[in-house]
Design a protein around this ligand. Structure first.
Ligand SMILES: [Fe+2]
Length: 385
């Protein structure tokens, strides 16, 4: 048995952000809190959105008081702003941080108490307000996932919160908003989206509905990520990457992520690495460790992107896949782990046991083709170093 969750509607295409007022009206919204990445708050398209909402007689206000890798404090502040506005809906605009904090603002507005009460699986009692998600990166796929990641500042833990009530009501996937992404961000979120496709395909919870979406995500990224990175104005590549990220989100939210994400959350928290970067630096190493647990699946991925022929052995196909992942990171200038963690090997080693324990605690490694022990996770971190 498998269940497939998705937004009620997904709109794609250049300029589709202009649909937001009509979408809100169709949801009977009259007062909207716009949760927007501070970077975008002063941009013309946000002013245009607000003017259009005014014309639709939808009262609106901006909330920008949150940080990259948002915290429980950011969520509670936003929920307070939501209540003071008397809002009945949320528009979330930005990367994964904006979308995740917006999801949790909605959940917290409907369920008083600490944000930590939601950590884990299906812990949200009352549904939040309608949420329209407008991503500005091509990476997290948060516009189509029932997941949010928020840091608990009391315990210094990145909480993974999964609940169908976190699924955005409508996703407006407008690739034009991704054109301003700088090269490193394009690379890191692009490899994050690739990680979603690969982990969804090899996950123990993969199913017949998620498989074709995951493969389509992977093949689009294979064909377009380098082009989007080399030429940020390449509209065709940008559009394909936006669709791939959306597909990655749909695939992993219904099939789960695995060991890369399990390890990247504590790594990102310990060294303040953005989510995309912490996944990117781990993907080749973790794939090399995991393929023996699902060799045929990894080989199918390699064949889908013509890294191996139908006649090649599964073993050779898996080798070709990991070689490609290494090459992709090198071409996109993704740094080695040691280069983005300050280079202090002793400090890194000292924190490995906690990171391994937090990774296992998250539940994601348990979906991996090979379920690692804590000592194996520590070894993997050291290999990636
Ligand atoms: Fe991710």
């Amino acid at each position: 048995m498998a269940q497939f969750d998705s937004p009620k509607a997904i709109v794609t295409g250049g300029g589709c952000r202009a649909q937001a007022p009509d979408v809100l009206s169709s949801l009977h919204a009259t007062r909207a809190l716009i949760v927007v990445d501070p970077y975008f708050a002063s941009m013309g398209f946000v002013a245009e959105l607000r003017a259009a909402l005014d014309r639709h007689r939808i009262v609106n206000d901006l909330f920008t008081d949150f940080q990259p890798d948002p915290t429980d404090q950011n969520v509670l502040l936003g929920a307070d702003r939501f209540k003071r506005l008397g809002a009945d809906s949320i528009v979330a605009i930005g990367g994964g941080s904006a979308l995740d904090v917006a999801k949790m603002i909605g959940a917290s507005a409907a369920n008083p108490g600490p944000v930590s009460q939601f950590q884990g699986y299906h812990r949200i009692s009352n549904p939040g307000p309608p949420l329209v998600a407008v991503p500005t990166t091509a990476g997290t796929g948060s516009e189509a996932t029932k997941v949010a990641v928020v840091t608990d500042t009391t315990r210094n833990v990145k909480m993974m919160i999964l609940d169908a009530k976190l699924m955005p009501t409508v996703a407006l996937v407008d690739y034009e908003l991704t054109l301003s992404m700088p090269k490193p961000l394009t690379a890191h979120v692009g490899v994050d989206a690739l990680t979603h496709g690969i982990e969804a395909y090899v996950s123990r919870k993969a199913n017949a509905l998620t498989d074709p979406i995951a493969i389509s995500c992977i093949t689009k990224i294979h064909a377009n990520l380098r082009a989007a990175w080399e030429d940020p104005g390449n509209l065709k590549a940008r559009e394909a990457m936006s669709l791939a990220a959306l597909q990655g989100g749909l695939a992993f939210t219904n099939a789960s992520v695995c060991l890369v994400h399990g390890m990247s959350r504590p790594l990102g928290l310990a060294f303040r690495l953005p989510h995309g970067l912490s996944n990117s630096v781990l993907l080749p190493t973790v794939t090399r460790f995991s393929w023996n647990g699902a060799m045929a699946r990894y080989a199918e991925i390699a064949r889908s992107i013509q890294m191996a022929s139908d006649k090649s052995s599964d073993d050779a196909a898996c080798q070709a896949l990991t070689d490609w992942l290494d090459d992709l990171n090198a071409d996109l200038r993704v740094p080695r782990l040691r280069d983005c963690c300050g280079g202090d090997a002793d400090a890194f080693r000292a924190i490995l046991p906690k990171m391994a324990a937090d990774a296992l605690e998250s539940g994601s490694p348990q979906n991996n083709p090979i379920i690692p022990s804590a000592s194996e996770i520590i070894e993997l971190f050291e290999r990636a170093w």
